[in-house]
Design a protein around this ligand. Structure first.
Ligand code: NAD
Length: 350
């Protein structure tokens, strides 16, 4: 191993633990010392995947060769594992949602300060191409003045797995997917949030939400709709963004979608069309030459940049890409969303 390499240990070897292993094994200066999972089968999985397994969390954090503990366990356990790992002298990468609420996150951040350790949250969906393309269109003003954004994920398989169904483990879709969509939305529209209104859905009768719809109003008057659905047999687009000069949609992770912008070609006053049982001029289509369709831009993205950034933060060479104050803001935003649902009211946010 070279002197600038880092030794990782994985706590939790389920779906996401295995994914971290896969990515870390492609990073030259990352080395995996081993894993610990409370489930015997998962320990066996790790052994079968060629990883060393520790017999306990204490044994894992007592290994002096480990620099970074990567937490991929259910949400309710993140706080204690993170604090104990930092107390034992390790830097920590933690899965999202970082904790169940902002108070727990505060405790972690206090511990990071106390033990002088780097604590980073894996908000990996900031590296998704669909988000980065929308951000590029927004930042470059391609659609003019953007006034509304919709960001959603729709599926029809209900809540997956076991612990995600239970409140005690931090289950539910707002914490699971909402944390990603909200994290990206507030980076896309870097403004103060004026207010939010959120409705959680319980279509499947679980004790936790199986989806939600949340309206976000920004200081400038821009609005957003963020939506997660797990009983949607037809999926609406991942993204819809509309501005004074055009609109863009991205339908799916294969990047189907398009950008429509207004041309300089004059569009004469519309002629009314027959629509349904009536006539409309307002909703008549535009003249063909007055808009143009262009394909979505494409962006190369690599999630390994996240891990690389964490190592450089430890070395003091870079600022964190995922900043803990951003993570805290999203925890508070989700708390406001739960409150909005409970009280069926618009919540003033910032
Ligand atoms: P999972 O159920 O597949 O795996 C969790 C594993 O943690 C299980 O093997 C379980 O036995 C183990 N575990 C539970 N408590 C433990 C403890 N105290 N010590 C050690 N091991 C323990 O769940 P998952 O889908 O891998 O989710 C794990 C975390 O990763 C969650 O926080 C989830 O939100 C997050 N996640 C993130 C993404 C992403 O894209 N960033 C995707 C999926 C899951």
């Amino acid at each position: 191993m070279t002197s600038n390499s880092y030794t990782f240990a994985l706590v939790g070897y389920g779906g996401m633990g295995k994914q971290h292993k896969k990515v870390l094994q492609t990073i030259d200066r990352a080395h995996i010392a081993g894993t610990f999972d409370i489930n015997k089968q998962r320990q066996e999985d790790a052994n079968n995947d060629g990883l060393h397994t520790y017999t306990s969390f204490n044994e894992l954090v007592s290994d002096d060769s480990i620099d970074i503990v990567l937490i991929a366990t259910p949400n309710d356990s993140h706080k204690d594992i993170a604090i104990d790992a930092m107390k034992a002298g390790k830097h920590v990468i933690c899965e999202k949602p970082v904790t169940l609420n902002s108070k727990e996150l505060e405790e972690i951040l206090d511990a990071a300060k106390q033990y002088d350790k780097v604590f980073a949250v894996h908000q990996n969906r900031r590296w998704d191409e669909d988000y980065l393309v929308m951000k590029k269109l927004y930042d470059e003003g391609v659609l003019g003045d953007v006034f509304h954004v919709e960001s959603r994920v729709h599926g029809s398989r209900g809540i997956p797995g076991d612990w995600r169904h239970e409140k005690a483990y931090g289950g539910g879709m707002l914490l699971d997917w909402g944390v990603h969509l909200l994290d990206r939305l507030v980076l896309l529209i870097p403004e103060k949030i004026k207010s939010i209104y959120c409705h959680l859905s319980y279509v499947l009768g679980n004790e936790v939400d199986d989806g939600f719809r949340m309206q976000v109003s920004f200081e400038s008057g821009k609005t957003a709709l963020v939506e997660v659905g797990t009983s949607n047999y037809i999926s609406l687009p991942l993204w819809y963004m509309t501005g004074t000069n055009g609109a863009a949609t991205i339908h799916d992770w294969s990047m189907n979608g398009k950008v429509v912008t207004v041309t300089k070609h004059e569009d004469h006053d519309a002629t009314p069309i027959e629509a349904g049982a009536g006539l409309t001029k307002t909703m008549a289509p535009r003249g063909e030459l007055s808009t143009q369709d262009t394909p979505l831009p494409r962006i190369k993205t690599d999630i390994r940049d996240f891990y690389d950034n964490v190592m450089k933060v430890i070395e003091g060479k870079e600022d964190p890409i995922v900043k803990n104050e951003e993570v805290m803001r999203i925890m508070k935003l989700m708390e406001a969303a739960f409150l909005s649902h409970k009280t069926n009211s618009v919540i003033d946010f910032e």
